[in-house]
Unconditional design. Structure first.
Length: 221
């Protein structure tokens, strides 16, 4: 009887926390979808949509903000999805810490979008942690309706980085920023697994918010 009472008490404490994490995860996915929707319908054509069609994946960090616990640094949580053979897998959850986001960030939050080129760069997201520019090539993303120039990233693989502030997209340098997987958010979102490799292999189906994000990406593949 004591064991039963103890288990009930533990569940009563755990379930609200779990529900709050699941809600947080869904909010991140919903915000990421809105960023993609606004990106692909931008009238100024700043974001080169052909990159999205050629990408091995995409990472989105909504509302990257300055973190008080890192002097001059910034912190945000977002998602990564894998693109292969015309289909998308994910989302899996990530966090990013950066020492600086350049002059563009100012004192406000910005949205970040990382276009992942090549399987090697995509495989970096299967790790628990890695650094942009050190473990994988990085460049500020080109702007304009098309970006087919034979840059080093395009030829060898890596990541093109973009920022969005006040509705406008622009390339941004985030050299040295660290990216970490978020197994707790993965678990809260999917319920069945916290493994980023399992999620990005397409072995689990996302909740409704994830399907909506993928549907938005599929409109522009």
């Amino acid at each position: 009887l004591f064991v039963c009472i103890f288990l009930v008490a533990v569940l009563a404490l755990y379930l609200p926390v779990y529900a709050a994490e699941a809600e947080k995860a869904n909010n991140i996915v919903d915000k990421s979808r809105i960023i993609v929707e606004e990106m692909v319908r931008a009238e100024d054509g700043e974001f080169p949509q052909d990159l999205l069609k050629q990408a091995s994946g995409i990472a989105i960090i909504p509302g990257m903000i300055k973190g008080g616990f890192i002097i001059g640094g910034s912190y945000g949580k977002g998602v990564v999805l894998k693109h292969k053979a015309g289909s998308w897998a994910g989302p899996a959850f990530i966090s990013m810490t950066a020492g600086s986001l350049g002059l563009q960030i100012g004192g406000e939050s910005i949205d970040l979008l990382l276009v992942i080129v090549g399987e090697e760069a995509m495989n970096a997201f299967m790790q628990n942690k890695f650094k942009l520019g050190a473990d994988v090539g990085l460049a500020a993303g080109p702007v304009g309706g098309h970006a087919s120039a034979a840059t080093e990233i395009t030829l060898k693989g890596g990541i093109y980085s973009y920022s969005r502030s006040k509705g406008a997209f622009a390339g941004v340098s985030i050299e040295g920023a660290g990216i970490s997987s978020q197994p707790d958010l993965n678990k809260a979102y999917y319920g069945s697994t916290g493994s980023t490799p399992v999620i990005l292999a397409g072995k689990v189906s996302p909740p409704a918010s994830g399907h909506k994000l993928i549907a938005t990406l599929n409109k522009h593949r």
